[in-house]
Design a protein around this ligand. Sequence first.
Ligand code: COA
Length: 172
Amino acid sequence: MSSEIVSVEDASLEDIYRVEVEAWGDDLSASKSTIEERLETHAEGFIGVKNEDELVGYLYGIRYDHEEVDPRTWEEATDLDLHDPESDQMYITTVGVSENHRGEGYGTKLLQGLEDRATEIGVQEIYLGRRDTDGNKRFYESNGYQEVEKIEGWWPEDGSSEGQGVMMKKQV
Ligand SMILES: CC(C)(COP(=O)(O)OP(=O)(O)OC[C@H]1O[C@@H](n2cnc3c(N)ncnc32)[C@H](O)[C@@H]1OP(=O)(O)O)[C@@H](O)C(=O)NCCC(=O)NCCS
């Protein structure tokens, strides 16, 4: 597998949106304008991964002091108004790999790419809220994330895990 981590300058909005839909499907994917707004808010929060020249996965995060706010839903936790460029904590808004490239190590590469970026920009702690599935649990735990708490109603519109989310964090 020939893959490389890329920054936002090396990925077009069209490609990012294609991966968003390939990763999340029509029902759960963010709109192109939401993605655009995220990139305008915090371009450094984007990490992409390419296979040859094709974008096959990306993640995006914003920075804020997690202990100082009380996000009880994914929507609150990913509110762009929370972004504080000075914070040494980052919250992963989304991570996704195109469906036909899963299980090939791209997601792990994205998390590693984020840790490298975090070290460069002064982020010391990374948070995320994951869906409560065995696959996601294995994915994040094998990448060194630890459970903080379970939150009922984290995914109000997603029936697949009865709305329960799991907050995870990692010190970098
Ligand atoms: C979760 C996700 C980002 C992982 O990316 P990936 O490139 O498949 O992950 P990697 O190849 O680096 O690691 C594979 C591990 O992830 C886990 N995993 C979770 N969902 C998986 C999936 N749909 N297919 C394959 N592996 C998956 C597996 O347990 C696997 O561990 P194992 O080899 O011990 O079984 C990706 O599956 C995805 O985009 N899923 C849909 C969107 C999503 O749920 N995002 C996370 C929200 S919290």
